[in-house]
Write a protein that binds this ligand. Structure first.
Ligand code: NIG
Ligand code: FE
Length: 416
């Protein structure tokens, strides 16, 4: 890895700033972990270039990618269920028969914290190698206080500066209300009481959760139950989000919006009233094309209505063992366009500026002076190409919090 250097300079690059492409040629100067200057290359002064390390010319610089919805920490896998679905079994049917999420719950409960950490590292490494600098990780496969906290601890450890951690920022979400665990099979309200009265307070007390999520669905929890979770989160100062309108329309996104949700996610079955409620609350619409593809969903999310109401759209992998075993954020850019008809600009904004917004982060996901320097330099000529082609290997450099963590040009120089 190259030695850290306090001033890094790129010239004659094309910038996608998180919302749009800026007219080339641009220059970016990174200093002390921040974007110190963003200007036309011709406007650089001697003071800017003085003592700055030349990081190269050409290519496209985007904000580091933000994957704002993942279930990266889990035990086992669901390859068998994948095969069953190919033989005709449905996602909800498998879940009702005790498979699906609950089979991952069994494997996750059986795994130690260290085992979960070891299982998650390669998945997180794949995201990082594809340009992710910020990733949200949910719990939701423990479903006891101890197992949910175990998952959150693993997520936290992955991002802390220590042996085995990666250069990536991790945001954690408590998803206790993901599925009903077998111990509570005829007491959904009792389980919701456990989430509200024990899980949320414990996660908050240990500082393990940055937000609280729910799965509002017929196969999971009702709007009234989700509302109790939102109220408990608020009592502990935690923002909320929801898996909503994924398989049916229960009004979960509107409910979440009324509780000030950061985002409502999936939302294929969202109606106009729900879109309106999200717009009013400033709730981000997180679209998850990987789950749509894997479940062979046919109901498209209401993209046109989201645009009309000015709801910010984020895109994420939903990386998980069941509905989206897809650990490749740049693939989602392409799928968001091909499946949901987003423009490449919207897809890129969805994995940068709007992804950050879905996590409540204002200091990353955009390229502007004064923000954290989380950047990707790509070997492409135009930002559109990133959504157009699914082609691993185009990440030239990755900058995390002002430090170069990956530099192919350096590797090439080292080889000579
Ligand atoms: O985002 N919708 C519910 N939860 C996950 C699926 C988790 C799983 O199948 O393991 C999702 O699709
Ligand atoms: Fe999810």
């Amino acid at each position: 890895m190259p030695a850290p250097h306090s001033r890094l300079l790129w010239r004659d690059v094309t910038i996608f700033d998180g919302q749009q492409e800026l007219p080339a040629p641009m220059a970016v100067l990174v200093e002390n972990g921040h974007i110190a200057k963003l200007c036309r290359t011709g406007a650089l002064t001697a003071a800017d270039t003085d003592d700055a390390r030349d990081m190269g010319c050409g290519g496209v610089i985007t904000p580091g990618l933000v994957d704002c919805h993942t279930h990266l920490v889990f035990g086992g896998n669901r390859a068998d269920e994948f095969a069953l679905r190919l033989e005709g079994a449905g996602y909800a049917e498998i879940a009702q028969a005790g498979g699906g999420i609950l089979s991952t719950v069994r494997a996750t409960r059986a795994a130690s914290e260290d085992e979960l950490l070891a299982a998650t590292l390669p998945r997180l490494t794949a995201l990082v190698a594809d340009g992710v600098t910020t990733v949200e990780i949910k719990s939701g496969y423990g479903l006891t206080v101890a197992d949910e906290l175990k998952m959150l601890r693993v997520a936290r450890r992955l991002g802390q500066a220590q042996h085995g951690s990666l250069p990536v920022r991790i945001v954690t979400t408590l998803l206790g209300a993901h599925a009903l665990p077998p111990e509570y099979s005829d007491d959904k309200d009792g389980y919701i009481r456990l989430v509200c009265d024990e899980m949320i307070p414990a996660a908050a007390a240990e500082g393990l959760a940055d937000a609280v999520d729910v799965f509002c669905e017929g196969i999971a929890f009702s709007p009234a139950q989700c509302e109790r979770v939102f109220d408990a989160a608020a009592r502990h100062g935690l923002r909320v989000k929801a898996h909503a309108e994924q398989l049916s329309n229960l009004g979960g996104a509107a409910l979440a919006a009324r509780h000030g949700a950061l985002s409502a996610d999936h939302i294929e079955y969202l109606d106009e009233a729900g879109v309106h409620a999200m717009a009013e609350a400033g709730t981000v619409a997180t679209l998850l094309p990987g789950a749509y593809l894997t479940l062979r969903e046919t109901q498209l999310p209401p993209v046109e209505a989201l645009r009309r109401h000015g709801v910010p759209i984020a895109i994420a992998t939903d990386a998980n063992p069941g509905s989206s075993p897809l650990f490749m954020p740049t693939l989602m850019l392409n799928l968001a366009c091909s499946l949901f008809r987003l423009t490449p600009r919207e897809a890129l904004a969805g994995m940068t500026a709007n992804g950050a917004r879905a996590l409540g982060l204002a200091d990353t996901g955009r390229i502007a002076e004064g923000l954290r320097a989380d950047l990707c330099v790509w070997d492409v000529a135009r930002p559109t190409e990133l959504a157009y082609a699914v082609q691993p290997g185009r990440l030239r450099q990755r900058v995390f919090n002002g430090e170069i963590t990956h530099d192919r040009t350096q590797e090439r120089r080292d080889e000579r």
